[in-house]
Design a protein around this ligand. Structure first.
Ligand SMILES: Nc1ccn([C@@H]2O[C@H](COP(=O)(O)OP(=O)(O)OP(=O)(O)O)[C@@H](O)[C@H]2O)c(=O)n1
Ligand SMILES: C[C@](O)(CO)[C@H](O)COP(=O)(O)O
Length: 233
């Protein structure tokens, strides 16, 4: 039985609307490096991957100037309208290279602070798991369910004892993840992560506790926070 290979998919086709910056947020700089380059180098240098596929926006004009564009380990393809479309596009681009039982790790380009210890913990914890799973962090705040009025008001306080925040990487078998994403597409099921696709196809992904400082750069204040976190690692 051949040993399963590991492939990395880093969705980088977003436009960063919530960041409201002069360029897509994956091309903002920390310590004079593109966020995308920081993310790709940290993950690719932490684990042994057979290959890496990066879905880019069809209007991307920054990639050619990136360090990653000169990294022979990395292939690119055109992403899609939503994150899930970009991930599916990457999997379809890997057809003929990845085998159905190979592991796919999907990691947001916007998460440059992911720690090598978390990457290793994820792979070790899930290597023999029948479904796969994701890095996640238990919720540490009290959570409120808001009303849907113009001024949100508290409807109820939600029991947080079994609530986790989904992070990335999320790690699933190539064949199963591709089929799950196609199923969501066929059913018009909107999803925001790979685990949701696997859940929609009836699976129960494992949760692997990860560092809460594996933040997703989303709004302007996240940039300085990411720079601080990277400076301390
Ligand atoms: N159509 C899309 C949308 C998002 N992403 C990627 O998915 C990751 C997480 O998505 P998010 O934080 O939502 O990024 P954006 O979609 O760029 O942000 P926004 O929603 O503020 O526009 C990012 O690395 C982003 O580049 C992608 O590859 N393709
Ligand atoms: C995949 C993810 O980072 C897990 O929390 C999140 O769902 C991405 O959401 P976004 O709205 O595409 O940033």
């Amino acid at each position: 039985m051949n040993k399963s290979s590991f492939w990395l998919v880093v969705p980088a086709a977003g436009i960063g609307q919530r960041m409201n910056a002069e360029c897509p947020k994956q091309y903002l700089r920390i310590n004079n490096r593109f966020i995308l380059d920081i993310t790709l180098s940290r993950v690719l240098d932490s684990l042994s991957f057979k290959g890496c596929m990066v879905p880019l926006n069809s209007q991307d004009q920054w990639w050619p100037a990136s360090e990653s564009a000169r990294d022979g380990r990395i292939q690119t393809c055109v992403g899609g309208r939503e994150r899930a479309d970009s991930v599916l596009s990457a999997l379809l681009a890997l057809e003929g290279q990845a085998r159905n039982d190979d592991w796919i790790l999907v990691h947001d380009a916007a998460r440059p602070c992911v720690h090598p210890e978390d990457l290793n913990r994820l792979v070790v914890a899930l290597a023999a798991h029948p479904v796969g799973g994701l890095l996640a962090a238990p919720v540490a705040d009290t959570l409120k369910l808001a009303s849907d009025g113009a001024v949100p008001e508290v409807c109820e306080t939600v029991d947080r004892s079994r609530l986790w925040r989904a992070l990335t990487p999320q790690m699933f078998r190539f064949g199963a993840l591709k089929q799950a994403l196609l199923l969501c597409l066929d059913h018009g099921q909107s999803i925001t992560d790979e685990s949701s696709a696997m859940e929609f196809s009836g699976k129960m992904p494992a949760l692997v506790e990860g560092r809460p400082d594996n933040i997703k750069i989303t709004v302007p204040s996240d940039l300085a926070l990411a720079e601080f976190i990277l400076g301390r690692q």
